[in-house]
Design a protein around this ligand. Structure first.
Ligand code: HEC
Ligand code: HEC
Ligand code: HEC
Length: 483
């Protein structure tokens, strides 16, 4: 079971994730090739590139059956499991009967061909920024090149009140604000392309922007300031030199986005590894440059608790002891083993006794590593529990998981906390700490959002939420009539 993947989008799906970011758009900017009159092969090729850049396959492919775009991928949200739809051109089970208009409504407005509302586990609030020309290209690709798969994926069946799809109309009214992208005249073409890619196509803010109590993305100062994402933490991407990416060179950023690894600085695990594996590694160099140009201009947001950049923490320390890399590891892992013993036994064979990793950088240094020096210890804990998996240029990067499904050694919550605290003191930001309880929460997929707690099936809160949603719907209807 794709345990690891299941939680990636949990924050997202956590009802209702995605809302519009700040994409204030103005006029259509094509992504790959700049003509709106492409036909045939060119058009389909552009649609395919867009489908990769917007990562449609990641959510619309069941990792067990591996039937691309046939749906059935389970998004474990705190409201229950939401299964993605079959978006192959199958007439019976997919979108084979969709007109381009219906396709556009589904992808940009979150309304299905039959008029029912989609949950924002489908990131339509970000895709609302897609231009008409790009919707056209995507439609051509799905209809003419994707092969139909005549199979019905697992159907979504959420509990009351979340099973009422019409309630999303109220949510959309509040949070669906994006319009098809239009370039801003006070910026050059590269920046505009970067903005379109980051805000809309690659939907970076779905993960990197924090959400409000109703699970919509926050705007203003919160944009790209970093967010919890199930078990993981998506760091601050603003231009701040301490809390954000201000101290990263263009070369570092390009390398990170295209490979997920920058020696002596950072690696992509969890949901970011998925984004690199499925999407970012395939972007043209010009598009990566454009993304970087736009990221450079995100207004800086500083976390006041941070005093220096995440990659500046840590000193080398040689901890070589008799236990290094010894098998079976479990022999040394008593319930009260020290952090150093745990490190020597479970980690140092790859990350080396001094924590500096291997010379070639394949096994990364834990000193000067953003995972240990940032504002949150969650990615350290998640990397230990769930490991690291990424495939770039056909080559796999793999760190084994030490969580419940470990092939090497399952560590307990207490052991993970002890080990993490040792590593944070030794190689990372010594102000961070991890409790056994924190590890338990991260193991279970992260903290439950408020909306899921109050709407737990048996609770009175459910009725209240329904009432609010119905009122919102009425308001929405009235507003429409007035227009
Ligand atoms: C983050 C995950 C995610 C991504 C990325 C994503 N989708 Fe979806 N999509 C979903 C889920 C989940 C549903 C079903 C939601 C529901 O049942 O309310 C869905 C539903 C749809 C539907 C409605 C089909 C129907 O009749 O039910 C269409 C069309 C669609 N997606 C197209 C796309 C396209 C095109 C892309 C890429 C541009 C894309 N999706 C990317 C998760 C995703
Ligand atoms: C599906 C969720 C998701 C999406 C989409 C996503 N990210 Fe990330 N990103 C993450 C997570 C989680 C991490 C932390 C990974 C780790 O440390 O192993 C991360 C890490 C990063 C980092 C490294 C930051 C650091 O301090 O180490 C950069 C840079 C980054 N993302 C940029 C982007 C950009 C640009 C986009 C869009 C093109 C994007 N991300 C899309 C989830 C996501
Ligand atoms: C079999 C070799 C191996 C072992 C054992 C191992 N690691 Fe790793 N570790 C890796 C590889 C490979 C990566 C990913 C490198 C990359 O992303 O390019 C990694 C990455 C990491 C990262 C960065 C993750 C991120 O999100 O950026 C951390 C932190 C880490 N390891 C800590 C540990 C700890 C703690 C242990 C012991 C419990 C451990 N590793 C054991 C090979 C290993």
């Amino acid at each position: 079971m794709p345990f690891r993947r299941a939680f990636y989008y949990a924050g997202i799906a956590a009802s209702v994730l995605l809302s519009g970011t700040a994409a204030k758009a103005a006029e259509s900017l094509p992504l790959a090739a700049p003509s709106d009159h492409q036909t045939g092969v060119d058009l389909i090729a552009r649609g395919k590139y867009l489908a990769i850049a917007s990562d449609c396959a990641a959510c619309h492919t069941d990792p067990d059956s591996k039937k691309v775009f046939a749906g059935g991928y389970a998004i474990h949200s705190p409201m229950g499991i939401i299964y993605s739809s079959n978006i192959t051109p199958s007439k019976q089970f997919g979108i084979g009967n969709y007109t381009e208009e219906q396709f556009s409504r589904a992808v940009r407005d979150g309304v299905r061909g039959d008029g029912s509302y989609l949950y924002p586990a489908m990131p339509y609030p970000s895709y609302a920024g897609l231009t008409d020309a790009d919707i056209h290209a995507l439609y051509a690709y799905f209809m003419h090149e994707v092969k139909p798969v005549d199979e019905q994926p697992q159907q979504t069946a959420l509990n009351f009140p979340f099973n009422m799809r019409f309630s999303m109309a109220g949510w959309n009214l509040l949070f669906l604000h994006n319009k098809p992208f239009k370039p801003q005249e006070d910026h050059d073409a590269t920046w505009n392309r970067g903005k379109y890619l980051v805000d809309t196509v690659e939907h970076c803010s779905e993960c990197h922007t924090p959400r409000n109590a109703l699970m919509a993305l926050q705007g203003g100062d919160a944009l790209y300031s970093g967010a919890m994402l199930g078990s993981w933490h998506a760091p601050n991407l603003t231009s701040d030199p301490v809390s954000g990416l201000g101290s990263w060179s263009d070369k570092d950023l390009a390398q990170y986005l295209q490979s997920g690894h920058v020696d002596g600085k950072a690696q992509a695990a969890g949901p970011m590894a998925e984004a690199v594996t499925n999407s970012l590694q395939y972007l043209h160099d010009d598009d990566i440059k454009a993304i970087i140009a736009y990221l450079r201009t995100l207004p800086p947001v500083r976390d006041p608790s941070q005093t220096k950049a995440a990659a500046d923490f840590g000193t080398v320390s040689n901890t070589d002891t008799a236990t290094r890399g010894i098998h079976p590891i479990s022999k040394f892992l008593s319930a009260d083993a020290s952090g150093q013993t745990l490190y020597d036994a479970a980690c140092s064979s790859c990350h080396q006794p001094d924590g500096k990793g291997t010379q070639d950088g394949f096994y990364p240094s834990l000193v000067h590593n953003t995972t240990l020096g940032g504002s949150s210890p969650d990615n350290l804990v998640s990397a230990i529990l769930f490991g690291v998996q990424r495939t770039v240029n056909g080559k796999s990067v793999l760190m084994p998981a030490f969580g419940p499904y470990s092939d090497v050694q399952a560590l307990t919550d207490k052991q993970v906390a002890t080990l993490s605290n040792y590593l944070l003191k030794q190689y990372g930001n010594p102000q961070l700490s991890v409790t056994e309880e924190d590890v338990k929460t991260i193991r279970q997929g992260g903290a439950t959002p408020l909306i899921a707690k109050i709407a737990a099936p048996a609770s009175l809160g459910a009725g209240l939420i329904v009432l609010i949603l119905v009122v919102l719907l009425v308001v929405w209807r009235l507003r429409r009539k007035r227009r």
